[in-house]
Ligand binder design. Sequence first.
Ligand code: NMX
Ligand code: MLT
Length: 435
Amino acid sequence: QLTLKERLAELIPAEIEKVKAIRAEHGKKAFGPVTVDQLYGGMRGLPALIWDGSVLDPEEGIRFRGKSISECKELLPTAPGGSEPLPEGLFWLLLTGEIPSQEQVTELSRDWAARAEIPDFVKEIIDRCPPTLHPMSQFSLAVTALNHDSAFAKAYQEGVSKKEYWGSTFEDCMDLIAKLPNIAGRIFRNVFGDGKLPVIDPSKDYSANLAALLGFGDNEAFVELLRLYVTIHSDHEGGNVSAHTGKLVGSALSDPFLAFSASLNGLAGPLHGLANQEVLLWLRKMQDKIGENATDEAVKEYVWSTLKSGQVVPGYGHAVLRKTDPRYTAQREFALKHLPDNPLFKLVGQIYNIVPGILLEAGKAKNPWPNVDAHSGVLLTHYGMHQMQFYTVLFGVSRAFGVASQLIWDRALGAPLERPKSYSSEAIQKMFKDR
Ligand code: NMX
Ligand code: MLT
């Protein structure tokens, strides 16, 4: 059985030829006009990036290498006795477009466990952060510091040929993913707990080790949740803030640690990954204000008060999606199976029946339906992870899978420095003066 790196090495030459052929045949063809509104409007819908791991359809949601979440759940290997997909398999799929065997996935778990240790100075950096520093800032600091041992940065300094960039990028990406559980576990322990951290167990899969480092190793349902969580949060095509940032920074040949720490800084924003923290805070505030088991009328009033005070309803809306996020649905299915009577889960369901109507009536949001963040916190808190400020760290661990996959392909395909053109408002006025 081939290792992931061996399989990639086989796939790369044909992919380089494929891209050459696409460019030769279609390189000068236009997607259509670019409007001034797109420049002012956050580039919505602007075709600007190549991203192979996943594509997002506004109606249907995400497909990883052409496979929907349900198909991934059906096809990807699971843990013995488990039913959720192993993120190891998803990583293989993102990189190769192929479904790995059980042995290949087990080998990946072992490889990541072997690479999991973090340098002492990185431990010290995390330990010296005040517990009041947001876990996402600590996360980003630690990932940046991993650049100390970057194989790509070293190879580049030694004058490696462009054709060989992908090999050391692959090693860095594997190291990056492998070290995230130890970083996340250390931040969690320092900020919210105490005691010793367990060591990574090479006989366990990635999510089982991550759960153990967070203090939930004995809870098999939580481990299953993490398998699903990491899988569905891994990738959401290339234009979202964290993915695009990682690709952009990587295009300067900054190594994967520098590129991914930049992704994390984007993910830490409340309109992006921090929304999972914001959702739970909002739900708790709602319960404080109107009590548990509140009537629909009271919930409606609370939602309106959020909007009227100029805030967004966290967990609702999306820049691309125009229907309920299938990642929300996947988490709902998990909840129906494992925690159907949880009061907060019931509240999330109640809100689902109320918020879209209100957002439509308010008339601004283009998509009134829930996104992934509307559901994730409820599942985590059900199992005892009440520390909302940590939630986005778990999103970050997951997002590394998608960003890393594309960084490897970008270096394999010789993706150039990203450098789009910007315009001043004055230049736009001049340009369209008589048109
Ligand atoms: N609550 C209130 N207003 C909203 C919401 C919402 N959930 N969603 C969109 N709007 C408003 C938006 O603020 C904008 O207002 P204005 O014209 O005053 O600037 C207007 O509706 C049009 O926005 P859209 O074009 O629908 O959305 P856009 O593509 O600009 O932004 C989000 C997408 C996701 C940033 C936006 O829907 C939002 O702020 N949602 C709440 C935060 C959230 O859940 N973010 C997580 C997204 C998923 N993730 O993990 O990254
Ligand atoms: C994501 O997973 O990155 C979010 O849904 C945001 C996006 O796709 O823009």
